[in-house]
Design a protein around this ligand. Structure first.
Ligand SMILES: [Zn+2]
Length: 247
């Protein structure tokens, strides 16, 4: 009888529907510019720019494993090497994959504040991430090795990184692709407020107003979470949400 129940249980295990496996894929947005849809742990969107002779990844994704999947996806669309990754802030959805990029010899690019905050908070962030994603791995914290100023360009000016002040975290940068007229907002621009735990509520609206004052001819904003592709009005929508926010 016991054997029967064991066999029955085994059949149930086989028949139980597997939870939908997380996926990571590249979605074309503009010529040479892709949105990374990354469903692991908590859905995030990063970006990939294919240059003339090398590839730049914007956002290191959650972990060395997701970074490895991303680079494998990039290899399906171009033979060019991935030589650099930008940590858009020090959160693990933007910097958790650094160890893999280091392993393949890519430069890990960030502003000084991101490197400092990752050194200070990285270990604690692993524990915090496990609270909402129990399968989040014990990743090695790898710091950026290429520190840039608060207004920097890559890929012969096709990518411009801008830190304009504190927002979602003290160190979030915006990434502007002038040829494509696309702005990557990362964790700082989303269709809903999102996690405000580390937000600087006094500076956040000022920083977004500085972004507007640059008068960049933005056609598309790519958000870092929830849903990816938006129009330039996302900045005003986020400002309205901040104004209505009661902590
Ligand atoms: Zn984020």
């Amino acid at each position: 009888m016991k054997r029967f129940f064991l066999a029955f249980a085994a059949v149930l295990l086989v028949l139980a529907p597997a939870a939908a496996a997380p996926h990571l894929s590249l979605v074309p947005l503009k010529p040479n510019l892709y949105v990374v849809e990354d469903d692991f742990y908590a859905r995030e969107y990063s970006m990939v720019y294919i240059g003339r002779d090398h590839v730049t990844v914007i956002g290191a994704t959650w972990s060395p494993m997701t970074a490895e999947i991303l680079v494998a996806e990039i290899k399906k669309i171009t033979p060019l090497p991935v030589t650099e990754v930008i940590d858009q802030n020090h959160d693990l959805d933007r910097a958790g994959g650094n160890a893999y990029f280091k392993q393949i010899g890519a430069k890990i690019i960030a502003i000084q504040a991101t490197s400092d905050l990752l050194a200070k908070e990285g270990k604690g962030q692993i524990a915090d991430t496990k609270k909402f994603a129990s399968d989040y791995p014990d990743i090695p914290i790898v710091l950026p090795d290429t520190i840039v100023g608060t207004d920097f360009t890559l890929q012969n000016g096709a990518i411009r990184g801008l830190w304009l002040g504190a927002s979602h975290k003290p160190d979030d940068i915006f990434v502007w692709f002038p040829n494509a007229k696309v702005l990557y907002g990362g964790c700082a621009l989303k269709p809903a407020l999102g996690n405000m735990a580390g937000a600087d509520l006094a500076e956040y609206p000022k920083t977004l107003r500085k972004l507007k004052a640059l008068n960049l001819p933005i056609e598309t904003i790519v958000a870092g979470h929830m849903s990816a592709v938006h129009g330039p009005d996302l900045i005003d929508r986020y400002l309205d949400m901040l104004a209505a926010y009661k902590p």
